[in-house]
Structure formats: structure tokens, C-alpha cells
Design a binder for this molecule. Sequence first.
Ligand code: GH3
Ligand code: MG
Ligand code: MG
Ligand code: MG
Ligand code: MG
Length: 314
Amino acid sequence: YITKDSRYSFNHVIKVVERLRKNQNLKVLVAEDSSTSRLFIKILLEQCRFRVVEAENGQEALAKLEADPEIRMLITDHNMPLVNGYELVRMLRYNARFQDLVIIGLSAEGDNSLSAKFIKAGANDFLKKPFYHEEFHCRVIHNLEAQEMLETIRDLANLDPLTKLHNRRYLFDEGESYYSRAATADTGVVSLAMIDLDYFKAVNDTYGHMVGDDLLAVIGQEIKTAFPDVLACRFGGEEFCIVVNSDYQGEDFLVMLNGFADQVRSKEYTAAKIKITCSVGVCRQAVDSLDEAIRIADNNLYEAKRLGRDRIVS
Ligand code: GH3
Ligand code: MG
Ligand code: MG
Ligand code: MG
Ligand code: MG
């Protein structure tokens, strides 16, 4: 090692990898047509205890990435047959699925404009061959740490810590696109539901806030399970909002909401065996904006409460 900077000492690298590995199995794909180079990079990565997958060209790399969602990082050569490294990066970054993949480009050839091309196409970093082992390790760790931090910050911004559902901010960031999409394409009418737990204040008053929190967390998980692949969020307090496209699983949204309400009504929650119900207001008409859908669903929710709670008004 050329420097004694402890931050990039080998032990530090191992420590960071171990920590990163606690959250996920760190699998790295090495795309490189030269078997000697590939083996060399594989050894460098295995020194840091990464799990290494190999590809001999860009096309094989793409296929492996598509088949294996566990791959967190791609180290790719530029000059390779079929699909070169630069083209590979471009293809990957066009696909939202690969937005969190850490990509490091490598090349022995080309002038400095190649690194600019890689970075512009969306690579996180670029290394010119030959490189010092130490620089390689530093860049790998640096980029993984930065990605990890980005994901942590994104979760803090978009998720509700208690229920792990999306939060209200995320709903307003993402929900509008459901309505503009519906207006431009013929994706059909978008539906929105506001779910509010009935007499929740009484739960807190009777069992305490902690138990109330536990109940909210469980209900949040149940919403996630009952309505997979939709925009579901904790709107506030004991109120949840769900936005779905009309073709959602080909099922009538109201049938699903009724099923969910039945499930909540029939269960006993937490160690205290709490019984609870919910009221739901739905907006199923064609509207121009998320705000309008929320307003209509809210009015219906108010009506559901007024009519005696434990019901769905649409
Ligand atoms: P309604 O049937 O009219 O909806 O009655 P409610 O008691 O559920 O409604 P209200 O809006 O009067 O009270 C909501 C309660 O939800 C009050 C508040 O203490 C509780 N609450 C809101 N957020 C949280 C939270 O994060 N944790 C806990 N434990 N309680 C919360
Ligand atoms: Mg090559
Ligand atoms: Mg309530
Ligand atoms: Mg109320
Ligand atoms: Mg409420």
C-alpha cells in the first residue's frame, strides 16, 4: 500500500464491506473480456470478501444483471465484444430498475474523454488500467458507501419510520404522475382511498401510546400485504392513503378494500387483543389531479364517519 491513511487501510476496507454485508449480500459483477484481467479483478474483490460473478462481454453482463437482483455493483471494462462497456452503462441507466447499481468503468485504451463518456452515461466512477490495488479498493468502497448513504437518505425522506410505508411527502411527489399519466395515456381511471381507523384515540387512552404505535405499525404492514405494488402511504396519524391504477390486478378495488376492512374487523391486535375497525373514503371518478382525488375521498371518508363508521363510501 502506498499510503498509510487509515481510512483506506485494508482493515478499513474489510470493516466497511462487513458492515455493508450485514444489510445485503454484496455481489459484484465483473464484465471483462480478458480472462487475465478478470481474474485479477476478481482476486482484488475477493480479498474484500465480495461475492464475484463474471461476464465476458456486455451482453452477458446485461443478462446476468437482469437475472440476479442481488448484484449491487458492476465493474466493467470498455473494450468488449458484442456490447462494450460504455453501451452497457447507457442501457443500464435507461432502466429505472438499475438506478441504484454502482457502476465503475475500466479501460486501458482511449484518451481521457472515455472516462468523461462513462460518467456522463451514468457510471459512478472510472479507473484507467493499470491501477494501484489501493486505488481500486478505495474507489470501490467510496462508491458503495456513497450509494448506501444515498439510499439511507432517500428512505429517511420518503418512508414513515413507524409503519415503513411511504410517507405523505412521497405521496405528493409521486402521486401526481398517476393522474397526469391517466390524462395523457388511456391507462383508465385512477382510484384513491383514504383509510382512517375508528376511535383510535380510545386505543391510546385505554392502552397507552406505545400500544397504539404497535397497532399502527401492524396495520401498516397489513396494508402493504393487502395492496402490493401500489402507492400506499401513511397520510398522517392513523390515516392511510392508497392510489391504484384501474387495471390493478384485474380486481375491483372496492372488493379489495372490503376484504381489508373485513380482515381488520375480525382480528385481535397486539398482546392486548384490541378490536378495531376502519372507515374508508374512495374517489373512483376521473379527476385531473391528486389534490382533487384526495378532497373527494376525504369527503367520502367524512360521510363514512357520519353514517356510523366501519364502512366504505365511494
Ligand atoms: P374517528 O373515528 O373519528 O376517526 O376517531 P379517532 O379517535 O380515530 O380520531 P381523532 O382524529 O379524533 O384522533 C386520532 C388519534 O390518533 C389521536 C392521536 O392521538 C392518534 N394518533 C395519531 N398519530 C399517532 C401515532 O403516531 N401514534 C399513536 N399511538 N397515536 C396516534
Ligand atoms: Mg477489453
Ligand atoms: Mg380515526
Ligand atoms: Mg376524528
Ligand atoms: Mg384521523
